[in-house]
Design a protein around this ligand. Structure first.
Ligand code: A2P
Length: 340
């Protein structure tokens, strides 16, 4: 007997990838339920070779589900996550709502799979922010080997990080610019086509944005509270795939060659680093892939034990849907036992 899995936000950019990845990885589900708002009831969504009819989240009885993957925004998670958990479904939540709650584990399986055990406190597990997920996969092996003191990261985040409406806005603005349409920002705060915007999520009191704060707080929770991190998060006009330029100060010396070898062996990572034209990965090349790619590995001679790397991953996959399904896999393989 397999599991019943509910996907909340099944009509969204991440929800669609959750369905794709459940099918691709042959997650042992007897039944997959696609849930969204009342607006989408009866719509078809793809699940592998099949299509599923979307049902209304408000009317779904979560006692029918073993696992509920949520990606419909923080307010939906806040309202329905605890209800689903109380009804007996283990909630794997992609919103930021529960991430920093002490009694909710925040998981990237390559980094802290054992911490999934903490799900029993609330029946909820949090998925990190997209830009954090790919970063910690790359930092983990370096931290284990040489101890990370400080990280300076600049992100180049695609429009899909703002959901389907972000991708639509980039597409429509790009087309519109060629016919002199007036630019009317909506999902983004300024023109996104042919532009970059140094602002993701709301501003905090100290002048950083919430996206930047998330990278700091979530890296500490997942990897090590001792790691100091400072981030500048920037929205760029790509559709899918986040890139990050990462400067790392280590406790111990680690050459670029050693780092490359280490990263090559680490789970979830692919190193493409040829030091020649095109010998690195760009966002369009990582779309639809599971791996987090590392390129441009080099020493930073301006500090002791300094390293620079370039990290690229599909933000809808490792940054969201893939990580959520990997958590579900850890859960069923190690914690939820279904009678055969
Ligand atoms: P719907 O299409 O019915 O609005 P994205 O992140 O790509 O913008 O997608 C957001 C997802 O969250 C969609 O699947 C959307 O469903 C879902 N969603 C938004 N508001 C609600 C709601 N009130 N109840 C259930 N699902 C919602």
């Amino acid at each position: 007997m397999g599991y019943t899995v509910a996907v909340v936000g099944a009509t969204g950019a991440v929800g669609a990838e959750m369905l794709n990845i459940l099918a691709e990885r042959q997650f042992p589900a007897d039944k997959v339920v696609a849930l969204a708002s009342s607006r989408s009831v009866g719509r078809d969504v793809s699940f592998g070779d099949q299509t599923l009819k979307v049902s209304n989240l408000e009317e779904f009885d979560f006692s029918e589900a073993d696992i509920a993957l949520f990606s419909a925004g923080g307010s939906i998670s806040a309202e329905y996550g605890p209800k689903a958990a109380a009804a007996g479904a283990v909630v794997i939540d992609n919103s930021s709502f529960f991430r920093m709650h002490e009694d909710v584990p925040l998981i990237v399986p390559e980094c802290n799979a054992d911490a999934v055990a903490g799900y029993t406190k609330r029946n909820i597990i949090a998925n990190p922010n997209c830009s954090t997920a790919q970063l910690v996969v790359a930092l983990k092996p370096l931290h284990e080997r040489a101890g990370i003191k400080r990280v300076v990261v600049s992100t180049y985040q695609s429009a899909s990080g703002a959901g389907g409406s972000g991708m639509d806005e980039l597409f429509n603005q790009t087309k519109g610019i060629f016919v002199n349409d007036e630019i009317e920002p909506d999902t983004f705060t300024k023109q996104i086509a042919f532009n970059v915007i140094p602002h993701i999520d709301v501003f905090m009191d100290d002048g950083s944005t919430k996206e930047e704060w998330k990278m700091v707080a979530e890296t500490k929770k997942i990897l090590d509270p001792k790691i100091k991190l400072t981030a500048t998060c920037v929205r760029v006009p790509t559709f899918v795939g986040h890139a990050e330029a990462v400067n790392i100060e280590l406790e111990k010396p680690l050459s670029a060659d050693e780092a490359r070898d280490l990263l090559r062996e680490a789970p979830g990572l692919m190193v493409v680093d040829k030091r020649e034209d095109g010998g690195y990965i760009t966002p369009v090349e990582c779309v639809g892939e599971y791996a987090t790619y590392v390129s441009r590995v080099r020493e930073d001679p301006t500090i002791d034990n300094g390293l620079n790397i370039w990290v690229v991953s599909d933000n809808l996959r490792k940054g969201a849907a893939l990580n959520a399904v990997q958590i579900a896999e850890v859960l069923i393989n190690r914690f939820l036992k279904k009678a055969a």
